[in-house]
Design a protein around this ligand. Structure first.
Ligand code: AGP
Length: 606
C-alpha cells in the first residue's frame, strides 16, 4: 500500500516528485525516497519517517535531473528505515514498487547464487537485481524478462543509468495511471499525484508494461503484444484534493458531507416525480429486480456500509441478502447460483481482497455490481455494472463521506428495486422526500460540533469504549467503534445492544463510556432497557437520540440529538456524531488524524 511516482520531462523533477508524494502519502508514510539520473548515474535520496524528513535531506543535498522516480512506503517486508526505503537500486537500475512479491525469498536465493549481494530486507530489491541481470541494452525488454520470474502483485516504475530518456512501468494488481502532460509524463499510483500536471490520463491494466520517453509512450502486454490506450479526463479538480481551510482532511470530509451527498443524489433522486434514476444499472435492471439473492461484500468501513445495504434490501426490497467480508468470501468456496447478484463496495476501488472477491464472484457466474468512489479504479473497471458515489476524493485514512456516500447509494438502489418489486408509490413518496432532507439534516447535526468535542475530551483518557445499536443502527455502532480505534488508538467494540447480556456486559465498570445509538424506532423500548442495564453498572451513557426525546436525557450522561427521519435512513444521520466523537478524541490525544499509525488509505496487498 505504497505510493509510487515517476516523472520524465524537460525540467528538474525531484521537487515535483516530492509534491506528488505528498498527495500519495495517505497510502503509506513510514519512509520515502527519490532517485534521478544525473550525468549517466543513478542518484538517490531516502529518509525514514514522514515525507518532511526526505524534504530536509533534499534541501541539504539537492537532486538535479529531468527524469526520476519516487516512493512513499507502507512497510510489508523489512522495518521502516532508510535502508529499506525505496527506490531500490543497483549501479545501473533503480525501481520503486507498490505491492508484494510473493516468491521474493526464492528470487533472493537464486540471485545470491548469481553473486548478487543485498543491502535491504525488502522484496522489492529482488526486482532491481533481476532487471539488472536481464539488462543488455533495452530497459523495457529487461523489465519484461525480469517480470516473467516474479509472482505477486506490483506496480513498478524503473529507470536505467544507461537510458537517461526512458521510464518503464508495469502493473499487476496495483494501480498505475499515466498522466499525459505538456512536455512531460507523470506516472503514479493514483490521479491525486498527477492533477497538478494534467487531467489527461491513461489507466494501465494488469499485465501491462509502458515505455515512456519525453516524446511519447507505448503500452504492451507482458508478452509484448501492443495495447492501444485511450486518454481519459479525470473529473476531480486540484481544489477538491486540498485542505480547503481545514487542519485535517478527515475534518474537511466530515463537514463536506451535506454538499457531497447532494452531489451524490443529484440526477438520481427525483423529488418531483418521487422516483429514482440510476443510469449505471439501466442495462441490468431487469436482472437486479429479479435477483434471487444478493451478496454484499467489502472491507472495513465499506463492509459496514454493505451491512446497512443488507438490512435495506431485505426490509424494503424484500430480496434475500447477506454480507460477507471480502477476505473471507474470496476463500470460503461461496455458493453462487443463478439469480445471485454480488455487490462489491469500495471507496478506493483498489482494495485487493475486494478486487479478488469480485473476480471470484465473476468466475462463479454471478452478476457483479460495483458501488465505488474512485472513477477508473480497478474495481470500477472490472465490474459488469456500477454506481459511483460522486462524493469527490477522500484523502483522510479514516473513511467518513465515503461511508455516507456508500449508504446513500445502497439506499437509492434499494428504493429503485423496491418500487419495481412491490413498494407502493405512496411509500416511495415518503422515502424520496425523507432522503432529500438528509443533506440539510446532516448540516444541523454538524452545528453541534463543539458540544461533541467536549464529550470526546471528557473521555479521551478512557482506553475502552463500547458502541451499541439495534437494527439499522447496529452497523453504525460497528462503524463508530472502527473510527475511534483507527485514529485515536482507543480500544472500542461495536455490538448489537442485545448481545451485551451474553458476555460483554462484564466489561462495564464505573465511568466507562458506552455510546448508544438510541433513536426513535421499532426497537426504542428495547434499547432503553439496554441503557438502563449499563447505567446500573456505572457505565457512562453517551446517547445519540432523536430530537425532542426528553426521556433519554434522564438516563444518559450526554445526549447528542439528531433530526427525526424514517428508520431505514437513520444510519445516514446517526453516523455523523460518531465521526465527530472519534475525530475530537484523536485530536485531543495528539494523534495524527489523517495518517494514523500502521494504516494506509487503500489496502492493495492481501
Ligand atoms: C476506514 O476508515 C478504513 N480506512 C478502512 O477500513 C477502509 O474502509 C477499508 O480498507 C476499505 O477500503 P475501500 O473502501 O477503499 O475498499
Amino acid at each position: 500500500m505504497c505510493g509510487i511516482i515517476g516523472i520524465i520531462g524537460t525540467r528538474d523533477v525531484a521537487g515535483h516528485i516530492v509534491e506528488g508524494l505528498k498527495r500519495l502519502e495517505y497510502r503509506g508514510y513510514d519512509s520515502a525516497g527519490v532517485a534521478t539520473l544525473v550525468d549517466g548515474r543513478i542518484e538517490r535520496r531516502r529518509a525514514e519517517g514522514k515525507l518532511v524528513n526526505l524534504e530536509t535531506r533534499l534541501r541539504e543535498q539537492p537532486l538535479p535531473g529531468v527524469i526520476g522516480i519516487g516512493h512513499t512506503r507502507w512497510a510489508t517486508h523489512g522495518v521502516p528505515n532508510e535502508t529499506n526505503a525505496h527506490p531500490h537500486a543497483t549501479d545501473r537500475v533503480a525501481v520503486v514498487h507498490n505491492g508484494i512479491i510473493e516468491n521474493y525469498s526464492a528470487l533472493r536465493t537464486y540471485l545470491k547464487q548469481k553473486g548478487v549481494s543485498f543491502t535491504s530486507d525488502t522484496d522489492t530489491e529482488t526486482i532491481a537485481h533481476l532487471i539488472a541481470l536481464h539488462y543488455k541494452d533495452n530497459l523495457e525488454a529487461a523489465v519484461r524478462a525480469a517480470l516473467q520470474d516474479v509472482q505477486g502483485t506490483y506496480g513498478i516504475v524503473a529507470v536505467c543509468a544507461k537510458e537517461p530518456g526512458t521510464l518503464v512501468a508495469a502493473r499487476n494488481g496495483s494501480p498505475l495511471i499515466i498522466g499525459v502532460g505538456r512536455d512531460e509524463y507523470v506516472i503514479a499510483s493514483d490521479a491525486a499525484a498527477i492533477l497538478e500536471h494534467t487531467s489527461q490520463v491513461i489507466y494501465m491494466e494488469d499485465n501491462e508494461i509502458a515505455r515512456i520517453t519525453a516524446d511519447g509512450f507505448r503500452t504492451t502486454t507482458l508478452d509484448a503484444v501492443p495495447v492501444t490506450k485511450d486518454v481519459e479526463e479525470v473529473e476531480w479538480t486540484l481544489d477538491q484534493i486540498e485542505l480547503g481551510g481545514h487542519e485535517y482532511f478527515m475534518e474537511k470530509e466530515i463537514f463536506e458531507q451535506p454538499k457531497v451527498l447532494e452531489t451524490c443524489l443529484r440526477g438520481r433522486l427525483d423529488l418531483r416525480d418521487h422516483c429514482i434514476h440510476l443510469g449505471g444499472i439501466v442495462d441490468c435492471a431487469r436482472e437486479l429486480v429479479r435477483a434471487q439473492r444478493v451478496v454484499l461484500t467489502g472491507c472495513g468501513t465499506a463492509w459496514h456500509a454493505a451491512l446497512v445495504g443488507e438490512y435495506l434490501l431485505e426490509d424494503l426490497a424484500r430480496i434475500p441478502a447477506e454480507t460477507d467480508y471480502a477476505s473471507e468470501f474470496r476463500y470460503r468456496n461461496p455458493i453462487i447460483d443463478a439469480g445471485t447478484v454480488v455487490i462489491v463496495v469500495s471507496q478506493s476501488g483498489e482494495t485487493s481482497d475486494t478486487l479478488a472477491a469480485l473476480q471470484e464472484a465473476k468466475q462463479r457466474g454471478a452478476m457483479v455490481l460495483g458501488v465505488v468512489n474512485v472513477v477508473g479504479s480497478s474495481i470500477a473497471r472490472e465490474t459488469d455494472h456500477g454506481i459511483y458515489l460522486h462524493v469527490g476524493p477522500e484523502t483522510g485514512v479514516a473513511s467518513t463521506k465515503a461511508f455516507t456516500g456508500q449508504v446513500t447509494v445502497l439506499t437509492l438502489l434499494t428504493l429503485y428495486l423496491a418500487r419495481r418489486r412491490h413498494m407502493s408509490q405512496r411509500s416511495m413518496n415518503n422515502y424520496v422526500t425523507a432522503l432529500g432532507r438528509i443533506p440539510g439534516q446532516i448540516d444541523a447535526i454538524l452545528e453541534q460540533n463543539a458540544s461533541v468535542r467536549t464529550i470526546a475530551e471528557r473521555y479521551m483518557d478512557q482506553n475502552n469504549w463500547l458502541y451499541l445499536g439495534r437494527g439499522y443502527n447496529y452497523p453504525v455502532a460497528l462503524e463508530g467503534a472502527l473510527k475511534l480505534k483507527e485514529i485515536s488508538y482507543i480500544h472500542a467494540e461495536g455490538l448489537p445492544a442485545a448481545e451485551m447480556k451474553h458476555g460483554p456486559i462484564a466489561l462495564i465498570h464505573e465511568g466507562m463510556p458506552v455510546v448508544f445509538i438510541a433513536t426513535k424506532g421499532t426497537q426504542y423500548g428495547k434499547i432503553i432497557s439496554n441503557v438502563e442495564e449499563v447505567r446500573s453498572r456505572g457505565g457512562h451513557v453517551i446517547a445519540v437520540a432523536t430530537e425532542g426525546d426528553r426521556d433519554i436525557a434522564e438516563l444518559a450522561e450526554h445526549v447528542i440529538y439528531v433530526p427525526d427521519t424514517l428508520e431505514p435512513l437513520q444510519p445516514l444521520l446517526t453516523t455523523i456524531p460518531l465521526q465527530l466523537l472519534a475525530f475530537h478524541a484523536a485530536v485531543a490525544r495528539g494523534c495524527n488524524v489523517d495518517k494514523p499509525r500502521n494504516l494506509a488509505k487503500s489496502v492493495t496487498v492481501e
